[in-house]
Design a protein around this ligand. Structure first.
Ligand code: PHE
Length: 460
């Protein structure tokens, strides 16, 4: 199952100019590379802590199942159907399936979300870059919770260090997006995913030996429904979109290069399962450390950086393992960031701008916006809009509003405006029953669930 991609990157050109990504696992790896990132290792554990554990986890799993997976399938399908940048694809497809022009807005919403997400994502990925150095220095050997907290505090208090790291990460992202070095990207994804997975399994093994393991397990999986509230529901919904990279065009841009014969359903099931398993494993490991060393589960965005260094510091060979771990986190973030920039860059390329110019502008705008996130952790920590810092606002607007809105539009478009025959031809789901179930979920359950969570959140 070869995947054809134009050499200079994910441009709007039809496939066939060059076959760069090959092999039947390539698209799965690319989709997983986009999906697995800070969302799994950094964001999932910390928001789970903020919303009190298992009830949030249950809501998140349900959202992945009844909204995330069906919408991800739709988004990839539309990408393949249109075979252009997400904005152009949605413009073309609204025409092709004679649907209201409003659906074309989905492409725009996605490109804007991409800028916004990339802006804070790059800052947090920058923290991971800084932690590669911190781990390698050996400073965390036998560290306790106080020490780890202080080390993070030093980073958060320094706008300059964060800005430098943010800049480095943005340049790393821009270079790959501009040059479209897919061979390099493919190779790194091929190597990264298994390594990250093995490392997480090893860490999981370690967490089994910690005194906090049982508490961690119960905290995440001892489902007690009464703890769920409207805010947690919205966060779970938003996180399902964020972690699968859906509702903003990233996965649609990748779908544009999927061969006609490829099975979308299988691909999505594998990518979504890997994504979920990685998040849950990261959660178990992090909360085992949290409960073993008396950290606060509600520590917020610093949770990953406060907890894991303590674990590495207590392990033989922890300096090397810890350094390698943050290298992997940085690479996983990198393969996600690349896909975030893609909708906006591909659109500019559609418009006739060169890929380098398009990428430079997108990265520069996202970089500038990112300064707001850097300052949210120091100078502007008390500057709040609607009770949230700049970082929290951007995160809330993208994950909890724009991406679910994009997903709602996708579900309604595919469910109600594309004919059953057109969808069936694209999806090639062999079993009639599976196809009917999937389409039913997409037509009724997914839009209603998104809608209900929105309304519930607004009224509570
Ligand atoms: N899914 C990525 C993660 O979990 C984040 C992402 C969001 C990537 C949107 C692309 C688009 O880290």
């Amino acid at each position: 199952m070869p995947l054809y991609i134009k050499e200079n990157g994910m441009s709007h050109k039809r496939r066939g100019t060059h076959s760069i990504w090959k092999g039947r696992w390539t698209f799965i790896l690319a989709a997983t590379g986009s999906a697995v990132g800070l969302g799994n290792i950094w964001k999932f554990p910390y928001i789970t802590g903020e919303y009190g554990g298992s009830a949030f986890v249950l809501a998140y799993l349900l959202c992945i199942l009844i909204i995330g997976i069906p919408v991800m399938m739709s988004e990839i399908m539309l990408g393949r159907d249109g075979r252009m940048s997400p904005i152009k694809t949605m413009q073309t497809l609204t025409h092709k399936y004679s649907s209201p022009r409003i659906f074309a807005a989905m492409g725009w919403i996605g490109a804007v979300s991409g800028f916004l997400i990339l802006s804070f994502y790059s800052v947090v990925a920058g923290w991971a870059l800084v932690y590669i150095g911190k781990m390698a220095s050996g400073m965390f050997v036998s560290a306790d919770a106080t020490f780890a907290g202080e080390a993070l505090g030093v980073l958060h208090a320094s706008p300059v260090t964060q800005l430098i790291a943010h800049t480095v990460f943005m340049i790393m992202t821009g270079v790959v997006v501009a040059l479209g070095v897919h061979k390099g990207l493919e190779r790194s994804i091929r190597f990264l995913m298994p390594t990250l997975f093995i490392m997480l399994i090893a860490l999981f093994g370690y967490s089994l030996t910690t005194p906090g393991f049982e508490q961690s397990w119960n905290y995440l999986f001892g489902f007690t429904l009464e703890k769920i509230n409207s805010e947690a529901l919205i966060a779970a919904l938003g996180h399902a979109f964020f972690t699968l990279s859906i509702g903003m065009g990233a996965i649609m841009a990748y779908g544009a290069y999927l061969p006609d014969k490829a099975h979308i359903g299988k691909t999505v099931l594998i990518a979504a399962t890997l994504d979920t398993v990685i998040a849950l494993m990261a959660g178990v490991v992090i909360f085992s450390v949290v409960f073993s060393y008396g950290l606060a589960p509600t520590a917020g965005p610093g949770l990953l950086f406060e907890s894991l260094p303590i674990a590495f510091g207590s392990l033989p060979g922890g300096v090397i393992i810890g350094t390698a771990f943050f290298v992997l986190v940085a690479i996983a973030s990198w393969t996600s960031a690349i896909s975030m920039a893609e909708p906006a860059v591909a659109w500019a390329v559609d418009k006739g701008y060169s890929r380098i110019v398009a990428t430079s502008v997108v990265c520069l705008v996202a970089w500038t916006l990112g300064i707001g996130t850097v300052l949210s952790f120091n100078e502007w920590a008390d500057t709040k809009f609607f009770g949230l810092t700049v970082f929290e606002n951007i995160d809330f607007i993208t994950a909890n509003i724009l991406m679910p809105l994009g997903g709602l539009m996708l579900a309604v478009f595919v469910g109600w405006f594309m004919s059953k025959e057109a969808v069936a031809k694209q999806m090639r789901i062999r079993s009639e029953r599976v196809f009917i179930t999937w389409r039913f979920i997409l037509r009724y359950l997914s839009p209603l669930a998104i809608f209900a969570v929105f309304i519930y959140g607004l009224t509570n």
